[in-house]
Ligand binder design. Structure first.
Ligand code: ABC
Length: 497
């Protein structure tokens, strides 16, 4: 059975237990096929353009098993809160119903336990590995990981694991063992954040920094993570990429790709605002995909802070820097940065507009848990609070609607993105495949705006074609190879023939 058929059968069998919606989530809209913008034969990774990633910080999402609540302190913002794999498994119907298709889960490995005494912080986020080869006792065990993978896969959902190769945790098991001294760099903390040598050889916030030039370290990292991949993961979210030399990544990514299925995705975190800087990790570092941090900064400037929409045009013009900008992952926020809604002063209309953008531009979008219920939080740990289930059903329906629109349009997932209009208030783009088209018009102003927007020369639309806004059902007709777009304040049109 194909993945789509499987989802269809499952959706029927389950009676769609997800959040309330009129349309059936997970049901195919027609006989859509994956193909790239040039109409050539799909490669395995192209199918990732069908995905929407949802990041689950496991400890903060859902507590499904009280027996593993060791040292749980729900009122301590930097303590463990009890979320676990059982909790995530119990929420799969919700996530499937929301319309996200890939889960990115925070690191699963055994984490530091003793940080409360030392720093007042606990490794609830998973990035402070004590032992890379064990599952953290707060989350479950290997059988539970397998259960998550099986149950997600049965719904046609993918699962990506968050992995770290830059450092161990403060209590990493080999840290003070003389036998392993050569595994670590010993230069102290990164002292110059503008200097690549320091980024790669210094320690990040005091975490024991691996020396990837040591062949033993290299081998260990590749073995450990290849073994995790074997459990059945569909990809890795790779942490701290800019803190490790590119030649290590080229080797690591090549070897992991050789040992995994052809569409196993390697998606790196390069926390940097410059497109050229980030792009080189796709080129020389051989990452298939990277989080689109440069676009993240632009989306925040424009939609949260009200900067000119022309900044979007400037940003997308930088796509040429990447070997493949269409596989980048655009996003509005994550666990390291302020939640978008806080940046936007709590204005949900700004978030809705930004979501309409991030879910219709090129790439494989990522959503941070809780965005769909309007969670806020300026900095950690407030931006990592417990999932606020059901807090804003209207916003959740908006996200669900956008995800359904994306799913029902080959153009929005696979189409080449072509700019159609830019001024300070309006930005418009088409998404075109050989056979399908969609157009998006975004209004960042506080007033209704009207524009006559010419079609691109590449468009096959004829005069007289009726275009329906997928958000409201309103229709506009192509006239003299132009569309007349009337866009509400802080609103979006998503037009399809
Ligand atoms: C926390 C606190 C620290 C505290 C420490 C003990 O605990 O934030 O202040 O001292 C994990 C935890 C964190 C924890 C860290 C360190 O570990 O989640 O709570 O910090 O113990 C990844 C993960 C992240 C994870 C780690 C470590 C890495 O997503 O959750 O953190 O496994 C840097 C890294 C980036 C990393 C991030 C936390 O730190 O590059 O990989 N994320 C500048 C720097 C960036 C830097 C960023 C934030 O600040 O250039 O390298 O990220 O510190 C733009 C520029 C950017 C610039 C931004 C601010 O402005 O283009 O370069 O980023 O314009």
């Amino acid at each position: 059975m194909t993945r789509r058929l499987r989802r269809f059968a499952l959706a029927l069998a389950l009676g769609l237990t997800g959040i309330g919606c009129s349309a059936l989530p997970g049901i195919p809209s027609g006989s859509e096929k994956s193909f790239d913008a040039r109409g050539s034969r799909s490669t395995a990774l192209e199918s990732w353009k069908d995905e929407v990633i949802y990041f689950v910080l496991l400890d903060r999402f859902a507590n499904g098993n009280r027996h593993n609540d060791f040292n749980v302190q729900p009122k301590n913002p930097t303590g463990y809160h009890g979320g676990d794999l059982d909790g995530l498994i119990s929420k799969l119907p919700y996530l499937d119903g929301l319309g996200v298709t890939t889960l990115w889960i925070s690191p699963l490995v055994d984490n530091d336990d003793d940080q409360l005494a030392k720093t007042g912080l606990w490794g609830f986020h998973g990035y402070w590995a004590k032992d890379f080869e064990k599952v953290d006792e707060h989350l479950g065990d290997q059988a539970k990981v397998k259960e998550l993978l099986d149950k997600a896969h049965a719904r046609g959902m993918k699962v990506m694991l968050d992995i770290v190769a830059n450092h161990g945790g403060y209590e990493y098991k080999h840290r003070d063992n003389p036998r392993y001294e050569a595994w670590f760099n010993a230069h102290g903390n990164i002292s110059n954040w503008e200097d690549q040598w320091w980024l790669e050889n210094g320690s990040l916030y005091g975490l024991p920094d691996f020396n990837q030039a040591n062949p033993e370290v290299r081998k260990h990292m590749i073995e450990v993570w290849a073994n995790w991949a074997k459990l059945g993961f569909d990809g890795f979210r790779v942490d701290t990429v800019k803190h490790v030399p590119k030649d290590f990544w080229a080797d690591f990514n090549t070897q992991i790709s050789q040992r995994t299925k052809s569409d196993f995705l390697l998606l790196g975190e390069v926390l940097h605002g410059n497109s050229g800087y980030v792009a080189d990790y796709q080129r020389s570092g051989k990452f298939h995909s990277l989080f689109d941090f440069p676009l993240y900064y632009t989306l925040n400037d424009v939609f949260a802070k009200g900067a000119s929409m022309r900044k979007l045009g400037d940003r997308f013009a930088q796509d040429a820097a990447y070997p493949d900008a269409e596989l980048l992952s655009p996003f509005l926020d994550n666990h390291d940065v302020p939640r978008f809604l806080s940046q936007a002063g709590g204005d949900v209309s700004k978030l809705k507009l930004a979501l309409a953008c991030v879910l219709t531009v090129r790439g494989v979008p990522s959503l941070y848990y809780g965005t769909e219920v309007g969670m806020t939080g300026h900095q950690e740990p407030e931006n990592r609070a417990d999932m606020a289930w059901g807090q804003n059903p209207e916003l959740t329906r908006h996200v669900q609607q956008l995800l359904k629109i994306r799913k029902d349009s080959v153009a929005l997932r696979h189409g080449k993105q072509l700019e159609m209009w830019q001024d300070d208030e309006i930005y418009a783009y088409g998404r075109l495949t050989g056979k399908d088209e969609a157009m998006v018009v975004l209004n960042n102003s506080d007033r209704r705006q009207v524009r006559e927007i010419p079609l691109r020369a590449e468009s096959r639309l004829q005069d007289g074609t009726r275009l329906m806004d997928q958000l409201t059902g309103d229709v506009t007709v192509v006239t003299q190879r132009k569309i007349r777009a009337t866009v509400p304040a802080k609103g979006a049109l998503i037009l399809k023939p």
